[in-house]
Ligand binder design. Structure first.
Ligand SMILES: Cc1cc2nc3c(=O)[nH]c(=O)nc-3n(C[C@H](O)[C@H](O)[C@H](O)COP(=O)(O)OP(=O)(O)OC[C@H]3O[C@@H](n4cnc5c(N)ncnc54)[C@H](O)[C@@H]3O)c2cc1C
Length: 392
């Protein structure tokens, strides 16, 4: 097959937050780069993300700001620049909230964690006066704090980046990644077959990375950490916050509106961690009980419940827990990337981008007849009506 696309500096595989931030970072550096996506943009983790640009609170509840809390706080600073139009301009991304609330359930351990959260963070949570609390937190017995954590709509982030790089993203399956001189030849099956030659291959396929790294002959060990996220829709206020219990986040609530305009609470935290071990029915009962425990006088009349399962995909750690940092590993001319958090995706993209020598390449484009991947739907858009069950 003749080479219809001139040899690229880099080919990115996977259009989640990691792949799209990398595409943007490399394009800004003048690198000739294209991206291939096998299904829909953001399928898997990014579209399921709660969109919280963590300021480090979840990682410092024990009272100590570890490396990861500091990295998250530094990333939050990078995001505030991007949301203001610097470097990777994200001014068009939908911001759902400028802050999250932080409150605790009764108990000494929770009280200690709350103190820990206050002293360990760069962005200190500020107390909220009783009269200034949102109605949904009006009856919380203890202190309610506000935390400068922005919440974005991850789908709008994907949309902004995908639109900016239209022509550089194609739909296709990677069938082979073969060494070809000092480059790699990648065989892609899409709306038609196409071969690409690239100096570097960047794997940003989330849960797909392990298999792709195997195909490239640069195997890498991955771990999946399963979650079951809950969703409640109905006559609710938009709510954003973490309820702390000891050093754990009992529930983390973020909100958005469904296409019909109804408010949907997206619920993660500790309930989502233990959810995969429960039946769907037990999970539903557990989440409702936890919410009622966390939010006194919560009124769920007229609401409906649904849940879905999703895996976090990360590099394997010794103890199977969350890796402390974003991950990128290069073997030969293949780099495998797991940002570990949405908030860290631009950080790792800038680091990987800076490691590629700047070139004066001609900007690359896919042939215009290749299909373009759609945007993945948010979890509550993807579920059919009969998946929701009324809460009595
Ligand atoms: C429920 C949930 C909530 C979260 N909430 C937050 C949060 O509030 N804040 C935060 O900072 N982080 C959060 N995270 C973590 C964050 O979402 C992820 O770390 C991040 O989105 C991972 O992005 P990614 O691009 O590496 O992977 P993904 O988003 O999984 O993207 C991978 C992409 O690669 C494509 N792909 C897969 N296989 C192939 C293949 N063979 N060929 C081509 N393409 C392929 C997929 O279709 C997909 O588009 C959350 C994660 C989950 C699961």
């Amino acid at each position: 097959m003749s080479q219809e696309i001139p040899t690229l500096d880099a080919l990115i595989v996977g259009a989640g937050s990691a792949g799209l931030f990398l595409l943007d970072a490399l394009t800004r550096r003048g690198v000739s780069v294209l991206l291939v996506e096998s299904t829909a943009i953001g399928t898997g983790q990014t579209t399921s993300s709660q969109g919280i640009l963590h300021a480090g609170v979840k990682y410092s509840l024990g009272g100590i700001a570890g490396d990861d809390a500091i990295e998250a706080a530094a990333a939050a600073a990078l995001w505030s620049g991007m949301l203001a139009g610097e470097s990777c301009d994200l001014r068009q991304v939908r911001r759902l909230a400028d802050h999250c609330y932080l409150w605790r359930t009764a108990g000494l351990v929770s009280a200690a964690a709350m103190v820990g959260a206050k002293v360990a963070l760069r962005t200190r949570p500020e107390p909220v006066a009783k009269a200034a609390r949102p109605a949904w937190l009006a009856h919380v017995a203890g202190e309610v704090l506000t935390l400068a954590e922005t919440v974005i709509d991850p789908r709008s982030l994907l949309a902004v980046l995908a639109q900016r790089h239209a022509g550089r993203i194609a739909l296709g399956d990677v069938c082979a990644i073969v060494q070809d001189g000092d480059c790699r030849r990648v065989e892609i099956r899409g709306s038609r077959d196409v071969n690409v030659r690239a100096r570097h291959i960047m794997l940003t396929a989330g849960a797909g990375n392990e298999e792709l790294a195997q195909v490239a002959g640069t195997p890498i060990k991955m771990q999946r950490r399963p979650l079951r996220q809950a969703m409640i829709r109905g006559p609710l206020e938009m709510a954003f916050g973490h309820c702390i219990d000891g050093a754990k986040t009992r529930v983390t609530i973020t909100s958005d509106r469904s296409p019909s305009g109804e408010v949907v609470w997206h619920i993660g935290g500790q309930v989502a961690e233990i959810g995969p071990k429960m039946s769907a029915t037990d999970f539903r009962a557990h989440v409702i009980e936890e919410l009622r425990g966390a939010i006194p006088d919560l009124d769920l009349r007229g609401c409906a419940f649904a849940s879905y399962e999703v895996d976090r995909a990360e590099p394997l750690t010794k103890d199977g827990r969350r890796p402390a940092r974003a991950f990128a590993q290069t073997v030969g001319n293949v780099t495998t990337i797991w940002p570990v958090k949405l908030v860290l995706a631009p950080v790792i993209a800038e680091q990987v981008g800076a490691a590629l020598s700047p070139r004066k390449s001609t900007p690359a484009q896919w042939p215009p007849d290749l299909s373009v991947p759609p945007l993945a739907q948010r979890p509550w858009e993807a579920l059919t009506a009969d998946t929701w069950s009324a809460i009595s």
